[in-house]
Write a protein that binds this ligand. Structure first.
Ligand SMILES: [Zn+2]
Length: 270
C-alpha cells in the first residue's frame, strides 16, 4: 500500500469501517510512514473534537457555567490582573487600537443611531419642511380659496382629521397655499400663511404631546388649561399644542415670544 491509497483509507479507519484485511494493510503502512501516521492521528483528534462539541450542544447551560467558572478564562478578582479586555479576551489577536475601533463600531454606533432617531422627533422634521418650502425645495399648492385648500387637505388624509385653521386676517396674514407631507409614516397637513412680511406655517397631524422635542420650553396656560411647547431651530420659531388627537405646530419667522402670544390668543380650549 502506498501513501495515496493509505490516505483514502484513513477516514474509513477512524470510523471503524474497514475490513480486517484492509486494516492490517493500513496498519503496516502506518508503522513505516510517519506522514500517514500523523494524518491518522489528526483525523482521530478531529473526530473526538466533533463528538465532544456535539455533546456540549446538548448541555449549553452546563457548558456556560463551566466556562464562567473556568479561572483560565475569567480569573477571579483576587487574581485579577491587566485590563478588562485582557480578562475577557485573554488571547485577543488584535492590537488595542483595533479592539477599541471594533468595540466602537459594534457598541457605540448602534447606540448613536438609536439616540439620534429618538431625539429627532416629527416636530423637528416640521422645521426642516418649513426651510424646504422657503428654499423652494417643497412646492406648495397655491390656494386661491382657503375653503378649497381645506377640502383638498381633508381629502388627502381620507377625512381622518382636518387642518387647524387660524384667522390671522387682522394681521393681514392669509393662507396662501398648502401641501401634504408624510414623515415617518404619518401624514402632515401643511398650510402656509403669509402677508405683511410675516410667514406662518401650520403643521397639523395626528399625535400626542410626546411629539414635542425634548429641547422645547413648556408653557402652561392656566386659563385655557393647555400646554404650549416652544422651540426654535435654524432661525425659525415654533410652538406646538394639542387639540384632542391632533397636534398643531406653528412655525414662523416671528420671535418665539410673539408666536407664543399669537397661538395662545388664537387657540380655543378643546
Ligand atoms: Zn504513507
Amino acid at each position: 500500500m502506498n501513501c495515496e491509497e493509505a490516505q483514502e483509507f484513513i477516514t474509513a479507519l477512524v470510523d471503524h469501517q474497514v475490513s480486517d484485511e484492509e486494516r492490517s494493510l493500513i496498519d503496516s503502512h502506518l508503522k513505516d510512514c510517519q506522514r500517514c501516521q500523523f494524518s491518522f492521528e489528526q483525523e482521530q483528534a478531529l473526530k473526538r473534537e466533533i463528538s465532544a462539541a456535539g455533546a456540549r450542544l446538548h448541555a449549553p447551560a452546563e457548558l456556560r457555567s463551566k466556562l464562567l467558572s473556568d479561572r483560565r478564562i475569567f480569573p477571579g478578582p483576587e487574581r485579577s490582573s491587566g485590563s478588562w479586555t485582557e480578562r475577557i479576551f485573554p488571547a485577543w489577536p488584535f492590537p488595542r487600537p483595533a479592539l477599541a475601533l471594533a468595540l466602537t463600531v459594534v457598541l457605540i454606533l448602534p447606540i448613536l443611531y438609536f439616540t439620534r432617531t429618538a431625539i429627532e422627533p416629527i416636530s423637528l422634521a416640521a422645521l426642516e419642511i418649513q426651510k424646504k418650502i422657503i428654499d423652494g425645495e417643497v412646492s406648495v399648492q397655491k390656494a386661491s380659496n382657503p375653503d378649497e385648500l381645506r377640502k383638498w387637505q381633508i381629502h388627502a388624509v381620507n377625512g381622518e382629521f382636518a387642518p387647524i385653521y387660524f384667522d390671522l386676517s387682522a394681521m393681514n396674514v392669509q393662507p396662501v397655499g398648502g401641501v401634504v407631507q408624510e414623515i415617518k409614516g404619518r401624514k402632515m397637513l401643511v398650510t402656509v400663511y403669509a402677508g405683511n412680511g410675516l410667514s406662518v406655517t401650520c403643521f397639523t397631524f395626528l399625535g400626542t404631546e410626546e411629539d414635542a422635542p425634548k429641547i422645547a420650553s413648556v408653557f402652561f396656560d392656566p386659563d385655557k388649561k393647555m400646554k404650549f411647547y416652544s422651540f426654535s431651530k435654524d432661525g425659525f420659531s415654533a410652538v406646538l399644542h394639542r387639540e384632542g388627537k391632533v397636534i398643531c405646530i406653528l412655525v414662523s419667522n416671528m420671535s418665539g415670544d410673539e408666536l407664543l402670544a399669537l397661538v395662545r390668543a388664537k387657540v380655543q380650549p378643546s
